[in-house]
Design a protein around this ligand. Structure first.
Ligand SMILES: [Fe+2]
Length: 284
């Protein structure tokens, strides 16, 4: 099974650059085209939030138009820049985006995707008015019960905010609420192979709750490598990126969930290849 994860598009309405600098619509077009042409084909795409930059309806209309050519199923969780109501209205066929307020996760967008070799669990880490993100008691209880239902299937959890500090100073100002509770739940359910997030706009890997946590590069813009506490808030315009989570059985059981970072050319010829290895003269 091949799962692609994209994140942090930060779309503006048609014709507007994000922060007067980033052609986020152009980046998404290239990413969608890249996803459609990967070989072997991707089975499912996860979008981990910040679809729109300012939550305007025109941004979601553009997102719908630009994501429509995707050839594979798409699953979405919101980010702190999203407006959940407009997101749900724009993608009405994604019924999970419109949970009932008295639902099991307290009206938050939390859901499990069944039927694949890897079970996918989407979590909504966005509490209105709270930029830092976190999980309330209802969402944590829902997660614990949902993981308890199927302990035998490799599971990937996807959500917007990482439940850990990134060491990029300006991204760590507001800690993830109830991080320790989440950590204990993950420890209780060893089938969790991956907790994968967005929000930081650069690839990160660490151990969390005895599992492996990752952060996906951004589509719309990237945050530069600057691990000083006083790192200034800002971005660069590098190639857009994605993660490919791949359940691999090529060396037998147990299967391994691998995560590759994949970058996408944002202008033709940027990566300067393909150059075959086989005609290079090897030393004896
Ligand atoms: Fe973002």
């Amino acid at each position: 099974m091949r799962i692609a994860q994209i994140s942090d598009i930060h779309l503006k309405p048609e014709g507007e650059l994000a922060y007067q600098a980033a052609d986020t619509a152009g980046a998404l077009r290239k990413v969608v085209d890249h996803l459609n042409h990967l070989v072997p084909a991707i089975d499912v795409v996860l979008l981990t939030g910040d679809i729109a930059d300012g939550g305007r309806l025109g941004s979601y209309h553009l997102a719908r138009e630009l994501l429509a050519p995707l050839k594979m199923p798409l699953f979405i969780v919101p980010g702190n820049h999203d407006h959940k109501g407009r997101l749900a209205d724009t993608f009405p066929e994604h019924a999970y985006l419109n949970p009932t307020p008295d639902g099991p996760a307290g009206g938050f967008i939390c859901y499990a995707v069944e039927g694949y070799a890897v079970r996918l669990i989407g979590l909504d880490t966005v509490t209105p008015g709270d930029h830092g993100g976190g999980l309330g008691p209802e969402r944590l209880d829902w997660l614990n019960a949902t993981l308890g239902d199927r302990p035998d299937i490799p599971t990937l959890i996807f959500m917007h905010h990482p439940p850990f500090a990134s060491a990029v100073g300006h991204m760590d100002l507001e800690p993830f609420k109830r991080r320790d509770n989440l950590c204990r739940i993950i420890q209780r359910h060893p089938q969790v192979e991956r907790i994968t997030c967005g929000h930081i706009h650069r690839p990160i890997t660490l151990r969390f709750g005895g599992s492996v946590a990752t952060v996906c590069p951004g589509v719309g813009m990237q945050i530069p490598m600057d691990l000083r506490p006083e790192a200034p808030s800002g971005f660069v315009l590098g190639p857009p990126g994605m993660l490919i989570h791949y359940l691999d059985q090529s060396w037998g059981d147990p299967p391994a969930l691998l995560t590759h970072v994949e970058l996408v050319e944002d202008h033709e010829g940027q990566f300067g290849g393909f150059h075959p290895f086989y005609d290079v003269e090897n030393p004896k």
